[in-house]
Structures are given as C-alpha cells and as structure tokens.
Design a protein around this ligand. Sequence first.
Ligand SMILES: *[C@@H]1O[C@H](CO)[C@@H](O)[C@H](O)[C@H]1NC(C)=O
Ligand SMILES: *[C@@H]1O[C@H](CO)[C@@H](O)[C@H](O)[C@H]1NC(C)=O
Ligand SMILES: *[C@@H]1O[C@H](CO)[C@@H](O)[C@H](O)[C@H]1NC(C)=O
Ligand SMILES: *[C@@H]1O[C@H](CO)[C@@H](O)[C@H](O)[C@H]1NC(C)=O
Ligand SMILES: *[C@@H]1O[C@H](CO)[C@@H](O)[C@H](O)[C@H]1NC(C)=O
Length: 301
Amino acid sequence: MEHTYLLQQANATQDSIERMKCVAAFAVSAVASQWERTGKPFNPLLGETYELVREDLGFRLISEQVSHHPPISAFHAEGLQQDFVFHGSIYPKLKFWGKSVEAEPKGIITLELLKHKESYTWTNPTCCVHNIIVGQLWIEQYGNMEITNHSKKKLCSLYGKWTECMYVVEPAAFEAHKKSDKKTPEEKKNKSGGEEQEEVPSPSTDTVQMIPGSQLLWRIAPRPPNSTQMYSFTSFAMQLNELHKDMEGLIPPTDCRLRPDIRAMENGDIDHASEEKKRLEEKQRASRKNRSKSDEEWKTK
Ligand SMILES: *[C@@H]1O[C@H](CO)[C@@H](O)[C@H](O)[C@H]1NC(C)=O
Ligand SMILES: *[C@@H]1O[C@H](CO)[C@@H](O)[C@H](O)[C@H]1NC(C)=O
Ligand SMILES: *[C@@H]1O[C@H](CO)[C@@H](O)[C@H](O)[C@H]1NC(C)=O
Ligand SMILES: *[C@@H]1O[C@H](CO)[C@@H](O)[C@H](O)[C@H]1NC(C)=O
Ligand SMILES: *[C@@H]1O[C@H](CO)[C@@H](O)[C@H](O)[C@H]1NC(C)=O
C-alpha cells in the first residue's frame, strides 16, 4: 500500500491504457518491498488481523490470516473516496530445492477502479531465496506477471463435455445453475482418489445437465455398434478410406486410399496387407538411400 498514489493516478486519468500502466506499476511496486529482506519471516498466527487507516494516503485496509496450513493471508483495502477497492490473498506455495527455497504465489489479487467500472487481476511473481544453507542469502523474483482487464462484460457461458456436447447460455443463468448444482463433498472426495488406480470413467456417467435457456452448439453422434472392432472409429472415420469409382483418376497417385496394403486391410486380407506393407517400406528405404547418394533433395509436391 506504500505506493497507493499510483492507484489515485490511475483513477485520475481518462485513458484506460494509461490507467492500466499505473496498475501494472502498482502491482510491481508491491514486490519491491521484499528487496534485501532475507530475514526469517514472522508468520502471522491463524486468525491474526491487521487493520490500518491512513487518511493522509487515502486508504484503509484490513487483513487476516485465514489459513494456518498452508499459510494464507487475505486482505481488503479501499480508497477513502470510493475510488478503488483492492483485495486478494497471499498464498505462497513453498518448494525446497536444497540450496534455495522458492515461493510460488497461488493467491489472486484484484483491483477495481470503481469510477471507471474496471477490474484488474494479477498474481505476484515467483520469489526465490538463494543460498539457504551456505553463502549469502539473496532474493530473486521471476516469472510473468500478467495484468488482466476484466471489465469486458461476460457475453455468454459455454459448458459441456468433450465426449458429449457443448451448450451456450446467458452468464446469469449459468452462475445461478452453478450455485444450485454444487457437488456433495462426498462425491468430490471419491473423485480425488487415493492410492489406487484411477478408473477410466465411462462417457455415459456424469452426463451434461442442460441449463434452461441454453442453446445446443454441438452434440456427438453415437458410435456405430461395431466401432470397437474398427479402431473405435466413428461412422465418419470409417468412411474415410473408402475408394469410390468416381475418385479413380481424380485423386493423385500419392493418396493413401491407393496404398495396396491399406486396401488389402480394408478388404480384410491381413496376410496380403502385411506383405504389401513390408514391400512398400523396403522400397521407401531404398529410395532414401538413393537420394543420400546424390545431391537431390526431397521436395514436397
Ligand atoms: C477519481 O477520478 C474521478 C474522475 O475520473 C474524480 O472525480 C475523483 O475526484 C477521483 N478521486 C480521487 C480520490 O482522486
Ligand atoms: C478494459 O476494458 C474496458 C471495458 O471493456 C475497455 O473499455 C477498456 O478499453 C479496457 N482497457 C484496456 C487497457 O484494455
Ligand atoms: C464413495 O466411496 C465410498 C467407498 O468406496 C462408497 O461407499 C460411497 O458410496 C462413495 N460415495 C459416492 C457419493 O460415490
Ligand atoms: C461396421 O459397420 C459399418 C456401418 O455401420 C459397416 O459399413 C462396416 O462394414 C462394419 N464393419 C465391420 C467390420 O463389421
Ligand atoms: C535408385 O536409383 C537407381 C539408379 O538411379 C534406380 O535405378 C532405382 O530405381 C532407384 N530406386 C529407387 C527405389 O528409387
């Protein structure tokens, strides 16, 4: 909050791009406070809070340690003139690498510029403390920090399942449905699985429930009954290798439908298919050998 003036600067400008620049500077400026602060952190206790009102700087803030394990702090700040709301969580995921410790930020930070009806989010960069065993401690911050402008109104919500269908619906209807359709904790627990193998889910379990008012964009056609004997092809895929009379002379000689081994396989003559495949592959090897003897390069057609 040391650089809150950047938010006031953002509020004061009428150009959205200029505002976003100020927001980006504000986001990075917060990280700067960690420079050379390699001391052991003084971790807040669970439920510990911190409250601050700075009339001179134009903001008030409250924060709370909301989780002990993993340690997570939540905060909420507001401009005293209703110019901004700034909130988020600090949730560093620690990884020990032997000589260094890395804190990957999991918390999302949100800034709302109320007068401009703009909302920005970002995540802090990864922070690494080097030389935790021997040598001098030092801090490195790295990774991308992407500031996202969320003010663009949600136009529609898409939902569905890749093995089944896809719908589009009004965002409000989708949100309302999501609230009423919370999975029971028991179901969730079972899904996360234990030590055992995860069973392959059947596409027919957990079928997509249509939200009223939705428009169907796509639905998969059922597979033909003999699909499993045909490489689990769909009817469409099964037709792809068919060679129709009217294609002959029209499709180029390189077309895969003309491969004799594929033809034999399509006709159920596996022995012949296998012989032909061997012959073709040997021919291909010889042709490659020929090319390597000359300067001739393979050219695509
Ligand atoms: C925020 O900006 C608006 C106009 O964009 C201005 O009227 C208002 O005084 C500004 N607030 C602060 C705290 O600077
Ligand atoms: C942010 O989103 C708003 C609403 O769509 C738009 O008017 C504004 O130009 C955007 N600003 C930037 C910097 O993308
Ligand atoms: C979760 O798994 C347990 C043990 O396998 C089973 O008894 C229970 O019915 C499952 N619950 C759900 C909601 O699938
Ligand atoms: C599988 O079914 C399709 C049509 O549904 C048919 O054209 C094809 O010959 C069948 N293949 C086998 C191996 O039964
Ligand atoms: C390899 O080159 C020889 C001599 O140019 C030719 O006769 C033969 O057909 C070529 N073989 C292949 C597989 O291209």
